[in-house]
Design a protein around this ligand. Structure first.
Ligand code: CA
Length: 244
């Protein structure tokens, strides 16, 4: 049975770019809508009808970065490909920090855009086709988790985690380096977005950090990085002392 087409939202104010992009994606079998402002983009994404979003950084009014921040603040994990101009190198980092999954620098080849979209859509299809209970092996850097046997190892050594620490680490591993918001942690680790204090989350994060740090060599450490005002994510340490 053929699967329904993936729905892509393009947020781009330059018609000369948006029009051929739309046409090309339609030809590739995607369902496509184009909006020219971040504000309209937010309205569209609020419908929950899209599988992927392509967001230009430079827009009139609210910019692409603020759009992405707001989408993530609303706990949407829709894959977002950000478009930046060649001259705006710093935008790439800022965009990824804001919650974009990938970026493409203008001008780009259409084939490359297609490849990036395929990679992003594979990710969502993997997520949809593998229910949580069937996910057995999670890995990030030197950390490995077997969710069927409920075991965790760091650099091959077994680590004993308390229930909350285990579930927190599981969420961080599942998001594979992307931010897990405090709201998501409350909902998935405590099974309730209500009645969980920020302090309880902080303490659990801090305990998890200590348990991981005890077992890791500095040159292969995985950091539980704080993303200020948003949540946490896993990151491979590049140098000692960079943990925030
Ligand atoms: Ca633009």
């Amino acid at each position: 049975m053929p699967s329904p087409p993936l729905a892509v939202l393009i947020v781009e104010d330059e018609a000369s770019l948006a029009a051929p992009l739309r046409r090309g994606l339609l030809e590739e079998g995607y369902a496509v809508r184009v909006v020219a402002s971040a504000e309209s983009g937010l309205d569209e994404l609020a419908t929950g009808e899209y599988d992927l979003a392509i967001v230009d950084w430079r827009l009139q009014g609210m910019d692409g970065r603020d759009l992405i921040l707001e989408v993530r603040r609303r706990d949407s994990n829709i894959p977002i490909l950000m478009l930046t101009a060649m001259r705006d190198l710093d935008h790439r980092v800022a965009g990824l920090d804001a919650g974009a999954d990938d970026y493409l620098t203008k001008p780009f080849a259409f084939e490359e855009l297609l490849a990036r979209l395929r990679a992003l859509s594979r990710r969502i299809q993997d997520t949809m086709s593998k229910p949580a209970s069937h996910e057995i092996h999670l890995k990030f850097g030197s950390i490995e988790m077997d969710t069927a046997r409920r075991t965790t190892t760091v650099a091959g050594m077994a680590v004993d985690l308390r229930a909350k620490e285990y579930h927190l680490l599981e969420q961080l591993l599942r998001s594979d380096g992307h931010v897990v918001t405090r709201t998501m942690i409350a909902a998935r680790v405590w099974d309730s977005p209500f009645g969980v204090t920020d302090n309880a989350i902080d303490v659990t994060v801090s305990n998890l950090r200590q348990r991981l740090a005890r077992l890791e060599r500095a040159d292969q450490a995985v950091l539980v990085e704080t993303v200020r005002g948003v949540g946490y994510r896993l990151r491979l340490a590049t140098a000692p002392g960079t943990q925030s």
